[in-house]
Design a protein around this ligand. Sequence first.
Ligand code: G3P
Length: 218
Amino acid sequence: MKFFIDTANLAEIKEAYDLGILDGVTTNPSLMAKEGITGAENILNHYVAICNIVDGPVSAEVISTDFEGMVREGEQLAALHKNIVVKIPMITEGIKAIKYFASKGIRTNCTLIFSAGQALLAAKAGATYISPFLGRLDDVSTDGIQLIQQIRVIYDNYAFNTEILAASVRHPMHIIHCAEIGADVMTGPLSAIKALAKHPLTDLGLQQFLADYAKGNK
Ligand code: G3P
């Protein structure tokens, strides 16, 4: 399973990349705003800064909601850097834009996926990735993992190349469950990625090894 980080924070992206396990980055307008990145030029420059840290796909989201606007914005984003993947919302105009970008060889990430029907449409349009929002489904008492499992079956039935990018991942168990059911990619916060490494028995065991070494090597 590929690991993407879901942030626009350059320090966190660098920290995750330096771990050696980071395959890509996802952003969205809320994450950009959280870092105080505003204004068209600053936003475009920030995407380039992210692409210069990570050698892998970087999702950059369009703001337009009409086909022409999405095409205009998406082409501008894709021209910024070879790593850019154009993130398109799951709306009917978005489906048309995904089809257009697929015909031009521009990679897309279809975002705001909350149902299997949406995932099927995005794959038929030729999306490179689809982003089912796991955490936000869990927030409304709906099983996000079950949705990803359903999409896995559908994509495997028809050998769709579209990759399932589990998004809105909040904690390490989300990552484990995504890996168990065969999500192609997960995107989550640095805290969830680093939490995978933690176990109290590891800490205790290491403490003991170091203490025993110190005893024998005074
Ligand atoms: O980038 C989309 C998604 O990962 C958002 O996550 O935590 O805001 O639901 P969250």
